[in-house]
Design a protein around this ligand. Structure first.
Ligand SMILES: [Zn+2]
Length: 292
């Protein structure tokens, strides 16, 4: 059975301009690659997230400013909200564009929570740096956290797994005190790389204590050590936490040719990581997983 793939041409609207590294061309390249590899794709059109859905994790004061920036208004206080920085510049329609990506991840989560699908691939999204009142690191709204919020509201226990080379800080902080959300991020150490967090002592607070896990890696870590610590850290955590569903941020920037970081994974490692994660989903989460 083919895995549903959530995609909308509207994802192309999330575009910070030709000079910016986070180019939507990568989505088209991925679609081309999947087609050339002969994978049968079952496309599902997402619904755009509403303002209320975005507000399930973001503060009103922040959303109001994203909307104003999106309409072309300017204010010196945008900067306090991370809006209009070099990493996350303002572009017309940024609110609507970001809500398309949130909607895609939310559509994927709804398909899983309703039992319509077990595994879903959402081609956009994965905007793990956005915080409740802060745009950061190419991320305006945090689609992952909106989806996680939906899943926990259905009474599901969520294990969030982040293999992006950068720490999944936004998701970690948004759910930092929540006992029903395990966050697990493996990344290049914050001593060397943006966003500077993701240290082993960040373990959650209040009822969430012990449920936020970080594996910071030294620069130049290669396939074998990466896979070893991923398995050593993640498997016992999932066995202990017993999630109902996995939400996975599949950032591929730990690849050795990525110019923004210094972890040295090859495609050989990725060819092992994903079967491993699917095996974990089957063993510990009833086969349920959302991949972004
Ligand atoms: Zn990244």
């Amino acid at each position: 059975m083919s895995v549903p793939v959530i995609y909308s041409p509207q994802y192309q609207l999330y575009n910070f301009g030709p000079q910016h590294p986070f180019s939507p061309v990568r989505l088209e390249m991925l679609l081309d690659l999947l087609e050339h590899l002969g994978h049968p794709l079952h496309f599902v059109e997402p619904a755009q997230a509403t303002r209320e859905e975005v507000r399930s994790v973001h503060l009103e004061s922040f959303v109001r400013r994203v909307e104003a920036a999106s309409r072309g208004e300017r204010s010196p206080d945008f900067e306090h909200y991370g809006i209009g920085t070099a990493d996350t510049p303002i572009f017309p329609g940024m609110d609507e564009a970001a809500r398309w990506l949130v909607g895609g991840t939310l559509t994927a989560a709804r398909m899983v929570s309703s039992g319509q699908a077990k595994e879903v691939l959402q081609l956009g999204g994965g905007l793990h740096h956005a915080q409740k009142d802060l745009a950061s690191g190419f991320c305006v709204y945090n689609d992952l956290s909106v989806a996680i919020r939906h899943l926990t509201q259905q009474g599901l226990r969520v294990a969030y797994i982040d293999i992006d080379v950068h720490h999944g800080d936004g998701v970690q902080w948004i759910h930092y005190d929540e006992p029903g959300v395990l966050t697990f991020s493996i990344h290049e150490s914050g001593r060397y790389l943006y966003p500077g967090t993701g240290h082993t002592h960040e373990i959650g607070k209040a009822d969430g204590t012990g449920r936020k896990l970080n594996i910071p890696l030294e620069p130049f870590t290669e396939d074998e050590s990466y896979l070893e610590v991923l398995q050593m850290g993640l498997e016992p955590a999932l066995r202990w936490f017993r999630p109902d569903v996995l939400v996975v941020q599949c950032g591929a920037d730990a690849h050795f040719q990525d110019p923004l970081a210094e972890i040295l994974l090859t495609t050989q490692a990725y060819a092992k990581i994903f079967p491993l994660l699917r095996q974990y989903a089957a063993a510990f989460a009833g086969g349920r997983a959302v991949y972004t």
